[in-house]
Design a protein around this ligand. Sequence first.
Ligand code: SAM
Length: 302
Amino acid sequence: MGTAVSTSDGANLPDSGVLYVVATPIGNLNDISARATQVLSSVDAIACEDTRHTGKLLRHLAIRITSPRQLLALHQHNEREQIPKLISRLQAGESIALVSDAGTPLVSDPGFQLVRAARDVGVTIIPVPGACAAIAALSVAGLPSDRFVFEGFPPSKAGERREHFRSLRAESRTIIFYEAPHRVIASLRAMAEEFGPDRAAVVARELTKRFETVRAGGLQELADWLAGDPVQQQGEFVIVIHGATTVRQAQDTEGERVLRILLASLPVSQAADLAAAISGAGRRTLYQRALALRAESEESDQ
Ligand code: SAM
């Protein structure tokens, strides 16, 4: 059974039957907190995405694993079958730490099902906060940080991705995305088309690591910069985008939304007229857009 773990105010918490959700570094191993180290060395078991990956972190922290029951894999392919076993261990009084490969578990990482199951049966769940790439990027982006939305990874298919960005055109809060290195240029290009080429953004790459790069600029400029520098295309990326600021941006988005509805039952010209009148967006732009949408839908019907 694990030993009691101190909270930041010094009070001792019951150590038995607790699920600790522990953040680990996103690159620089020194970013592990003293409290995370204390929890990882005192729990009965650690549930992690990849036992080899977490094994390295534990060796760095000089935490010894002596039995297979102490380190077990919990990933998207086995979360469902592992949950009942973990819940019964928690209910039997064992303490368990949940970690992911990097950063905060559940943030574009597994763990949600386990935390929900633990909450459903009344297990005590304690967060041990630490690194999170989205928050680290936001903290250095220099974009409004009072209100923001975390969008995680955009859809991997080009058409769905573009549609997803389009649905966010009028979002006025700062938007944070994760993106894989082999899709980052395509995503930035699609973002430039949907949010506008000059929309302010920041690409945060390899945060806390040796080749950390944080670059600010318009979306098109950032896409061109990355496309022109193969070295910068490697690694891990967060993209932070300024929210929509102008009435015009919001009107354009609303215009597009209304146009799509009207196009289902009206001719192009009439749909564009009405969408412009309802939304305040420019009639000419909506007309061009209506022609493109009609052509797209005719193509997909063939
Ligand atoms: N749970 C993690 C967190 O708290 O940030 C995120 C895990 S998600 C599977 C991995 C993605 O997070 C990467 O593809 C990248 O978009 C982002 N990421 C993780 N580490 C990063 C780093 N050091 N620099 C930039 N982005 C990072």
